[in-house]
Design a protein around this ligand. Structure first.
Ligand code: ADP
Ligand code: ZN
Length: 525
């Protein structure tokens, strides 16, 4: 064999194997990488752990020039850069924690073309001086990690992210890749718009986490329920989320008194204390962390066996992110939510303090979706995935509803009545109003809209308002209706609704339970 004089060309596959040591790309990664290589913008929607980083790290090493990664969390940035450096990749980060003289060294190396991947905090990249420097560098790609931070509709809005659209103005020819694990449609639309992505290639991975069992338990005596559950866990790793710092401290204290290996974590603790909890948990020195949502971003612990919400989260996105920290290793894990209908009112009152009117309405809508998830009688996973537009016709078999089902009936007829009512009212109205039409309510609003003349007016008189509300909610959960939170929560038919309207299959609905029932058997009983 003759030794080749030319080095083997650098391809996505050669980088994957030689630099990262992996054998094949995961579903979608190669398509995203190729889009970047061909200069196309892209939007990558993959759940946490789905392999987003590789989508821009591989092109960064295949292309000549510099890839700039915008990332909101200093700790994440440091971890990633350390990992890349350990693989022999020329990666650096710049944020406000980096000293001036260190920054100077990095700038020098940038100008000498010695750095392939530069991680930058959003506030840094937007500084005039920094943008100036970038203008003089051969930039191959911008990667915007945690891109949902640009969205007002998202769960983690950051004002600096909004200004990232300047990058497109200043560097119109540089492809931009936006990545996020948040997948609701409003946020998705916002990312494309806010960042100014041009005809982006969009990859949506599955958001299903089949090894996580979702359970919603009615909250009676939460401390007692919690202790019983934790005893059954026998020292497994887990996170307990509470909504307030005060509650975190209370719960942690009581658990510690009862002899559990537990620590509290919230933003009110010193950096040092928080760091100790994080590392202790990572090393399995601490078994249980009681925390606010401040705990989690950047936690990459594979063997978290359970995530328990002591209080109802404020949105389905948040719930999904938090529960997603369980079972990263792919082994069986549990997500448990303690639900007390009275908490709904408490959270709602909290929103009243939000001054920005639009912001408040969005928060309320997002919470309404969460509340209706908690009250639902439908497979939990179906609701979650349909909420993220990942249509699921079949129940999952691994949630409390599937394992311990409520009573069901053939809901085809009432579903058709409800769907055609939404349709005939031009898909411009929310739950309450549709129920009024179905029940034939005599209101001035209905008369003004001439909706008393609709064929569906009063078609469902014989059922209660609660019944219809439950049916409509279930249709949303089943992915047959969707709610546009940007349009006053108007209900709209989805593509999937057609087959129900055409009676292509018998639709099973759950009988409404007007009072929440403790559906899940006590596991220890
Ligand atoms: P995300 O940023 O989407 O949360 P990461 O990029 O951190 O996910 O990837 C999660 C894990 O999967 C990492 O350990 C990463 O190295 C690994 N991974 C990513 N792509 C592949 C692949 N093609 N083959 C094997 N492992 C991969
Ligand atoms: Zn299920």
């Amino acid at each position: 064999e003759v030794a080749s004089i030319n080095p083997t060309p650098v391809t996505p596959h050669s980088v994957l194997k030689q630099t990262f040591g992996y054998h094949e790309f995961r579903d979608g990664q190669l398509a995203v990488i190729e889009a970047a290589l061909s200069g196309q913008d892209s939007l990558v929607l993959l759940p946490t752990g789905g392999g987003k980083s590789l989508c821009y790290q591989v092109p960064a090493l295949v292309m000549s020039g510099l890839t700039v990664v915008v990332s909101p969390l200093i700790s994440l940035m440091q971890d990633q850069v350390a990992q890349l450096q350990a693989l022999g990749i020329a990666a650096e980060f710049i944020n406000n924690s980096v000293q001036r003289d260190e920054q100077q060294i990095i700038y020098q190396r940038l100008h000498q073309g010695e750095i392939k991947l530069l991680y930058v905090a959003p506030e840094k990249i937007l500084q005039y001086e920094f943008l100036e420097r970038l203008q003089h560098l051969p930039i191959a790609l911008f990667a915007i990690d945690e891109a949902h931070c640009v969205s007002h509709w998202g769960h983690d809005f950051r004002p600096h992210y909004c200004q990232l659209q300047r990058l497109k103005h200043e560097f119109p020819r540089v492809p931009m890749m936006a990545l996020t694990a948040t997948a609701d449609t409003a946020t998705r639309r916002d990312i494309v718009q806010q960042l100014g992505l041009v005809q982006p290639f969009i990859h949506t991975g599955s958001f299903d986490r089949p090894n996580i069992r979702y359970t919603i338990e009615e909250k009676f005596k939460p401390m007692a329920q919690l202790m019983r559950y934790l005893r059954s866990q026998q020292g497994q790793s887990g996170i307990i989320y509470c909504t307030s710092r005060k509650r975190v401290d209370e719960v942690a204290e009581k658990l510690a008194e009862a002899g559990f290996n537990v620590a509290a974590y919230h933003a009110g603790l010193t950096n040092e204390a928080r760091h100790m909890v994080q590392t202790g948990f990572a090393r399995d020195d601490i078994h249980i962390v009681v925390a606010t949502v401040a705990f989690g971003m950047g936690i990459n612990k594979p063997n978290v066996r359970f995530v328990l919400h002591y209080d109802i989260p404020k949105s389905i996105e948040g719930y999904y992110q938090e529960t997603g920290r369980a079972g990263r290793d792919g082994l069986a894990a549990e997500a448990i939510l303690y639900y007390d209908p009275a908490d709904i009112g408490r959270v709602r009152r909290f929103f009243e303090d939000i001054e920005d009117e639009q912001r408040r309405r969005v928060e309320e809508q997002r919470f309404a979706a969460m509340a209706s998830f908690a009250e639902a009688q439908t497979c939990r996973r179906q609701i979650l995935l349909n909420y993220f537009s990942e249509y699921q016709r079949h129940p999952c078999g691994n949630c409390d509803i599937c394992l311990n089902p409520p009573k069901r009936f053939d809901g085809t007829l009432v579903a058709q009545q409800a769907l055609s009512c939404v349709y005939r009212a031009e898909q411009r109205f929310g739950f309450g109003y549709i129920v009024e039409i179905l029940r034939g309510a005599n209101t001035s609003r209905i008369r003004d809209n001439l909706h008393h003349q609709l064929s569906t007016y009063g078609i469902g008189k014989e059922h209660s308002s609660e019944f219809w509300l439950s049916v409509l909610r279930q249709l949303v959960h089943l992915g047959l209706l969707e709610q546009d939170i940007t349009q006053g929560a108007a209900l709209r038919l989805t593509e999937a609704a057609r087959s129900v309207l055409r009676s292509e299959y018998a639709l099973q609905l759950a009988e409404p339970r007007l009072q929440a029932v403790h559906v899940y058997e006590d596991k220890l009983a």
